[in-house]
Design a protein around this ligand. Structure first.
Ligand code: F0G
Length: 352
């Protein structure tokens, strides 16, 4: 199937895709690593943002989905299935469609941002909205893949993590070495595990002199890894990380422990404030869940915790346009008065 160059062409020797295997690509990866000037100043550190909203479907999921759908294609699958809080389903729908496979997505009803649902619809996914949360959707997706001819493309499928680890490679390739710290939002625990795999492989291979600490931030109402116990009824405005029983709990804890990092929680107000900070100070519009890492850093600075003198990379995981309802809902209402088309009136309306 191929397509524009993506993570498989760029990092094939690190991925479980053979030279002659079919693969699908939409130009995923090679996302911007943007120096965060305002955030760097606030923390007294050198901070870089890995802007994963720049992927083809607007989130980091495309890296793993390129590899997972390629594998499914090579194994003769005709359909793929996933449970999702929205981004995985958007990505699965796009990559499966490109590969000629039927995407099927299980979603928690009423908890998917409109942009993400639109992606699943427009790419022709079979959409099943469940009366249950993400954790229930994932249980059922696993059972369906065990019992029916459909291939599971959630991150419990290890090839998803293989694809997602390429973001860590790109960071080291761009900076010339691993950062001191890597920060990211955590939901199901897949991405933090993927980054740790990538940083570890690069260090083992001599492409980096060391591995970073990894700091993972969860939403306070959905923080099983912070609490050390599952959350039966997770809730947060950041619907992408509204997860109570992370499938990759063990791998995520190993990444935290082996790196000497930590998990911490940020509340919804901190998440929304970080989203606005990124938009207004750095020029980067991310969805609420994607702001959790930055929210965590800002909260540490606020509390006077030691954040200075380090090189810190932060993954901002998905594009802000995915969920405009939440973004606009957190701000003052938009000025809707219509202004007369004459210069003084328009100048006054412009605040000039
Ligand atoms: N940020 C965004 C925007 C996400 O969509 C997700 C996960 C995460 C962070 C957390 O990553 O689960 O690997 O720890 N979204 C999944 C989905 C659950 O279905 O789209 P994680």
């Amino acid at each position: 199937v191929e397509g524009p160059s993506g993570v498989i062409e760029r990092y094939r020797e690190w991925l479980p895709i053979g030279a002659d295997d079919p693969y699908v690509a939409l130009g995923e990866g090679s996302t911007p690593l943007v120096r965060a000037n305002a955030l760097s100043e606030k923390l007294g550190s050198e901070i870089w943002l890995k802007v994963e909203g720049a992927n083809p479907t607007g989130s980091f999921k495309d890296r793993g989905m390129a590899v997972a759908v390629s594998k499914a294609l090579a194994e003769g699958a005709t359909a793929v299935i996933c449970a999702s809080t929205g981004n995985t389903s958007a990505s699965a729908a796009a990559y499966a469609s490109r590969a000629g496979l039927q995407p099927i997505v299980l979603l928690p009803a009423g908890r998917i941002a409109a942009g993400k649902l639109a992606q699943a619809v427009i790419h022709g996914a079979r959409i099943v909205q469940l009366d249950g949360n993400f954790d229930a959707c994932l249980d059922l997706a696993r059972q369906l893949a065990d019992n029916y001819p459909v291939s599971l493309v959630n991150s419990v499928n290890p090839v998803r993590l293989e694809g997602q680890k390429t973001a860590a490679f790109e960071i080291v390739d761009a900076l010339g070495d691993a950062p001191d710290v890597h920060v990211l939002p955590v939901g199901n625990g897949g991405n933090i595990s993927a980054y740790w795999l990538g940083f570890t492989q690069y260090a083992d291979h001599g492409n980096a002199s060391r591995r970073p600490q990894v700091w993972g931030f969860q939403a306070a109402g959905a923080a099983p890894l912070v609490n050390g116990a599952p959350v039966a009824d997770p809730d947060t405005i950041a619907t992408a990380i509204r997860i109570g029983r992370p499938a990759s709990t063990e791998l995520a804890i190993a990444a935290k422990n082996e790196s000497g990092g930590f998990f911490a929680a940020v509340d919804d107000d901190e998440i929304m404030a970080a989203q606005t900070f990124l938009a207004r100070k750095e020029g980067i519009f991310v969805e609420p869940a994607s702001a959790a890492g930055v929210a965590g850093l800002l909260a540490m600075a606020e509390r006077g915790e030691e954040t200075g003198g380090r090189r810190i990379t932060v993954t901002v995981t998905g594009h802000g346009l995915k969920d405009i309802d939440t973004a606009l809902g957190a701000l003052d209402p938009i000025e809707t008065d219509v202004v007369q088309a004459d210069l003084p009136a328009v100048a006054a309306a412009c605040g000039l």
